[in-house]
Design a binder for this molecule. Structure first.
Ligand code: SF4
Ligand code: SF4
Ligand code: FES
Length: 793
């Protein structure tokens, strides 16, 4: 694509050839009405409001691709007449219930009705009953629906599930004479509007999707709303607190929408989470898992003193997880520097080791990719992650690349996932043998490597054998030479080399997503180095998904130790003395929705998060001050984050937190990349003990940790999640009790639950329900373990 210049309403606008005119106008602050178009999704031409004149001809700006020298006029008498008529028609039979509608105040139908000055109605048609339906967390009222199809589009192009579609409305036909009385586009829109409403694509009664809620976020009217939020508040009463998703490392921009609890309780509470749906989708846990705050009445001075005493006399280790801010991580590092405490964080420790090994080969301290490079790619590979649940936003970016860029991709994982399979017919799902990820990465180097180091190239050659094969029959029979690649057999997948050229046709932007299965893998060191080779010697830009919200930030800021000492202060993990934001320890701490600070997102961006709710107890900064550090607020440390490790000396209040009109993420700042010394040294594929009857450590959709499970809309008891194939084979059904027994005599009795969103023979145990202690089966952190499972009556 080349740089071009077009003129919109006399303003010269720079753009890329092929960009949509509407996006160029928005990036240049020029307003064009538009109801159905969503950035990064395909235009549906449902509303026709974005009508403009391009070089004298009518065109829809959401669908018109820019060419150098184009001249665009966004309004004239004819266009304004069409737009006004369109808005009049949208208002035909629209229920007059704005007073109680959840969308009122942020309703685009209201806004455009005012904008187009619709103060009378010249169209009419009989209405028909359109009863509302309840789809679990989402409520659909077809009588409010303007069939803009945004919900259908976002679900298909962004989320990847195609769970909604337009269905027949069965409304009355438009009388013939309306055609003559109505402007052309308004009539065409009306005709379509009369014919459709929105329904569940599978034909089921309720939505059988991952329930991310993005369809309700994009709905411009009150047709799709959160069932929980319905009739709870007017939009204008809510205070929007910008924050970062606290549950996973996408750290997407969210807003906590906050207001007082009730007439009798003036304390604030969070009513819902909203997002910048035009630029950054959020997953279901970010949307529905918001009320995990730790409510305490006052400071517990006695408990605080005990913690300080312990830190002064007994504590030699502070253990914590990665659900903390960068500022808190820096406080812990400063305490380590001052008092010599060991800092233990298993998750960040393994991730850091992995990233260090990756850097030793790639020559850069960070990976090159991010969610945007993935969604702009046209060939994506995912390895070592149950994408849908580990990092839904990576899945959205993967799907967006497939659907919007005519892309293709490979999904390597031992657990088959029908949701990921459904992204596109150009996605090849490869459910490889457990533990063979090293061979998978060698296979990727073999297929995509360019100018590989000689040792690696020679090693890869050793997997190839040229065999003679007879093709055809009788007189037609001939012998041909076939290259057999034993890596396919090692990985345990069908040879897809024949399909690959088709998938790779016209592909020129490559991304690879690597995930958590690799960090604690018995061969993690070599896996990291192989990823380093892929980053360097293929066209892939690599993303290494940080496993928890701020794993990347913690791994950069803290000098971590592997093991605990004799006496541990646990911060959100169990210690000899425990600080807990779940309210289950010796001293209460604020939860992440009660804290200001920053995280480092998987996009390598230092992003701010704000406190939605107050916290009346002590925080880590109070403890640090008592131990001799000196900062009034935790966020005083934002400007002190280590510059030598890539942070910038910027105060918290100076951090931006927005998307520009052009959709550019202007949140915080990007970590500075550092060049490090490197060596192209990798090992050959090593032995990994075969895991018989494996189970997998993973969470179901919507769950990431104990905090998501604390939220009232997500709270559930953990179970052994199994596919229908697994259940049928063992004659089990949802609700049956089983005993899971693992190595070293560990066992767990729990309920089985049918998980329709996986297939195959590997069930999974979750971490979100701390009562289950699933981790006991995975002592080294590796996510696959051998177990036996039997039913108990
Ligand atoms: S439900 Fe909302 S987003 Fe979907 S078509 Fe109707 S108005 Fe548009
Ligand atoms: S909740 Fe998410 S997955 Fe389900 S229909 Fe809406 S957008 Fe699609
Ligand atoms: S925004 Fe272009 S047709 Fe609706």
């Amino acid at each position: 694509m080349s740089n071009i210049s077009i003129t919109i309403d006399g303003v010269e606008c720079k753009a890329q050839e092929g960009d949509f005119v509407l996006n160029i106008a928005r990036a240049n602050d020029i307003f064009i009405p538009a109801l159905c178009y969503l950035s990064n999704c395909s235009p549906t031409l449902a509303c026709r409001l974005c009508l403009v004149e391009v070089d004298g001809k009518r065109a829809y700006s959401c669908n018109a691709k820019a060419k150098d020298g184009m001249n665009i006029i966004t309004k004239n008498e004819e266009i304004e007449k069409e737009r006004r008529a369109i808005m009049e028609i949208y208002d035909v039979n629209h229920p007059l219930e704005c007073g109680v509608c959840d969308q009122s105040g942020e309703c685009e139908l209201q806004n455009y009705t005012m904008e187009m000055e619709v103060d009378c109605q010249s169209h009419c048609i009989p209405d028909m009953p359109r009863p509302a339906v309840d789809w679990g967390k989402i409520h659909y009222d077809p009588s409010l629906c303007i069939v803009c199809e945004r919900c259908v589009t976002v679900c298909k192009d962004m989320i990847g599930e195609s769970a909604l579609k337009t269905v027949k409305r069965g409304g009355p036909e438009l009388a013939k004479d309306w055609k003559d009385k109505t402007p052309k586009d308004a009539y065409a829109m009306w005709n379509k509007l009369q014919k459709s409403i929105i329904g569940v694509a599978s034909g089921a009664e309720t939505l059988d999707c991952t329930m991310c809620g993005e369809c309700s976020a994009v709905c411009p009217v009150g047709a799709l709303v959160s069932s929980d939020f319905q009739y709870k508040s007017n939009a204008w009463e809510l205070k929007r607190v910008p924050a970062a998703n606290p549950h996973s490392s996408d750290c997407s921009l969210i807003y906590y929408d906050v207001k007082h609890d009730s007439i009798t309780n003036s304390n604030d509470r969070i009513y819902r989470v909203s997002n910048e749906y035009g630029f950054s989708p959020i997953h279901g846990a970010a949307r529905y898992g918001y009320d995990f705050e730790n409510v305490v009445k006052e400071k517990d001075e006695e408990a605080f003193e005990k913690v300080i005493d312990a830190l002064k006399s007994k504590v030699d280790t502070i253990e914590f997880n990665s659900l903390i801010t960068n500022e808190e991580a820096l406080i812990l590092q400063k305490l380590k520097d001052k008092y010599g405490y060991k800092l233990v964080n298993k998750d960040a420790y393994m991730y850091k080791k992995f990233l260090d090994n990756f850097s030793q080969v790639s020559g850069k301290n960070l990976y090159s990719g991010d969610l945007e490079t993935v969604s702009k790619s046209n060939f994506v590979v995912s390895v070592g992650t149950a994408l849908k649940t580990d990092s839904p936003n990576s899945g959205y970016a993967f799907n967006n690349a497939l659907t919007m860029n005519k892309g293709a991709g490979l999904y390597f994982h031992p657990v088959a996932d029908p949701v990921v399979d459904g992204y596109s017919k150009n996605l090849l799902s490869l459910n490889h043998k457990v533990g063979t990820e090293e061979a998978v990465l060698y296979l990727i180097l073999d297929l995509f490597g360019k100018n590989l180091p000689i040792e690696t190239a020679d090693y890869l050659k050793s997997f190839h054998t040229v065999c003679k094969q007879t093709v055809g029959e009788g007189e037609e029979a001939k012998e041909i030479e076939v290259d057999e690649n034993s890596l396919y057999e090692m990985v345990g997948v069908e040879d897809f080399s024949e399909k690959l050229p088709k998938l790779l046709a016209k592909k020129d932007k490559f991304s690879l997503i690597a995930g958590e299965d690799l960090y604690n893998h018995p061969r993690s060191k070599n896996l990291a180095k192989l990823l380093g080779l892929i980053e360097k010697y293929t066209d892939f830009s690599v993303v290494i998904i940080p496993s928890q919200t701020n794993t990347l930030g913690v791994s950069i800021i803290c000098d971590l130790n592997k093991n605990r000492g004799k006496f541990t202060l646990g911060y959100n993990v169990k210690g000899d003395v425990t600080l807990s934001a779940l309210g289950k320890g010796d001293l209460d701490m604020p939860a992440l929705n009660q804290q200001e600070g920053t995280f480092v997102s998987m996009n390598k961006r230092v992003v701010p998060t704000n406190a939605a709710l107050p916290f009346n107890g002590y925080c880590l900064n109070d403890i640090a001050n008592e131990l001799g550090l000196d900062a009034e607020f935790t966020i005083d440390y934002t400007a002190e984050l280590p510059v030598r490790r890539g942070f910038k000396k910027v105060a918290f209040d100076d951090l931006p937190n927005e998307f520009t009109r052009a959709g550019v993420e202007n949140r915080g700042y990007l970590l500075e990349e550092k060049i490090v010394t490197f060596k192209d040294e990798v090992d050959e594929v090593g032995e990994v003990k075969e895991i018989k009857n494996p189970i997998y450590l993973a969470n179901p959709v919507h769950q990431f940790n104990a905090y998501t499970n604390k939220a009232h809309q997500l709270c559930e008891a953990g179970a052994l999640y199994a596919s229908s194939q697994f259940l049928e084979k063992r004659e089990l059904k949802s609700g049956d009790m089983v005993v899971v027994e693992g190595d070293g005599g560990v066992s767990l009795t729990l309920r089985v639950e049918h998980e329709p969103m996986i297939s195959g023979d590997i069930p999974y145990l979750p971490t979100f329900d701390t009562k289950l202690n699933a981790e006991q089966f995975f002592p080294d952190g590796y996510r696959f373990a051998a177990v036996s499972i039997r039913e108990v009556k």
